[in-house]
Design a protein around this ligand. Structure first.
Ligand code: ZN
Ligand code: ZN
Length: 311
């Protein structure tokens, strides 16, 4: 995402409230929006393109190509199926689409089946093909149970390929619901969780948007809403002490882990200001070697990525 032209942005309350995003008065200080809602088709298309670009010659290139195919299928589902209706939102519930309280509608199951059908002919390992077959032949009630379990669980047991497909369907479902919200109503803004659905981030990015150049946004692991978190601060526990930015020697300087001594967790950070091609979700998967480097020293992932289950 090299600019924010595809996104609905929320002005920061009290500063630019009521102004349309990007329409700053001349002379007014540019302030980052509190949150940016996703454009699902553009989002999944961009993820697929980034993964396709990273895959050739990569140590896990085959896997990146498979996830790229899943993202392309997500874009197709998001672009062709009817917009899912917003489920009833419990009175006073904030975030509005709290992931473990919201009712998972039938549209999520329709999306899951559609995703599986699109992916039936993709070049993939037998276990992935078997997962598709099992999901297509399952009953709607069985798939609904998988969707509900997946959205509620931090980590789930069971078939990893099934979990990845279910998670992909949930990403489409929640991104489309998030896109239907009024951005002024999201929140409240906290560092560690998405102001729309309450999920942890997948990673964060220092963006190059004209309206918010050089500021940092987290990307939600579920609905892909982006929210502002100041830099040099742990996303997980909000500590500003003991923050460091290790990366792998010889790899791109613009992709790092933001480690926190206070909670011993890290969330990856990409610097789109140095390379606009970075995409938080895709580059998180492609930098698995950084996770493998940090894990033996006792660092724990603070970001969640359904395509890095077990790490
Ligand atoms: Zn979210
Ligand atoms: Zn921390």
């Amino acid at each position: 995402m090299s600019d924010d032209s595809d996104f609905k942005t929320a002005p920061r309350r009290g500063a630019n409230a009521g102004m349309k995003a990007g329409l700053m008065n001349i002379g007014e200080e540019a302030k980052p929006p509190v949150a940016v809602l996703p454009n699902p088709v553009a989002l999944f298309t961009a993820r697929a393109a980034r993964l396709d670009a990273l895959a050739p010659g990569h140590a896990i290139g085959g896997y990146l190509a498979l996830v790229a195919a899943i993202c392309r299928a997500q874009a197709e589902v998001a672009g062709t199926l009817p917009q899912p209706p917003l489920p009833p939102i419990p009175a006073g519930d904030v975030p509005r689409l709290q992931f473990d309280r919201i009712e998972i509608g039938d549209a999520a199951d329709v999306g899951l089946v559609s995703l599986c059908r699109i992916l039936q002919d993709v070049n993939a390992p037998d276990a992935f093909k078997a997962a598709i077959a099992s999901l297509v032949s399952a009953t709607p009630a069985e798939r609904h149970a998988l969707l509900v379990d997946a959205v509620a669980a931090e980590t789930a047991d069971g078939d990893i390929a099934v979990q990845a497909l279910v998670a992909a369907a949930l990403q489409v479902y929640f991104a489309r619901l998030a896109a239907a919200l009024e951005v002024e109503n999201v929140g409240p803004l906290v560092d560690a969780t998405c102001p729309v659905c309450g999920s942890p981030p997948v990673a964060s990015a220092v963006v190059s948007w004209a309206s918010a150049n050089n500021t940092r946004f987290c990307t939600c692991s579920l609905c892909a809403t982006q929210w502002h978190v100041v830099r040099l601060k742990c996303v997980c526990c909000s500590s500003t002490a003991g923050i460091a930015y290790p990366h792998i020697e010889g790899h791109a300087e613009g992709l790092r882990a933001e480690t926190c001594e206070a909670c011993r967790r890290y969330v990856k950070i990409v610097y789109q200001v140095s390379d606009p091609a970075f995409e938080p979700f895709a580059d998180d998967i492609a930098s698995l070697d950084l996770d493998l480097l940090l894990k033996p020293d006792g660092w724990t992932r603070g970001g969640r990525n359904p395509f890095l289950l077990g790490y």
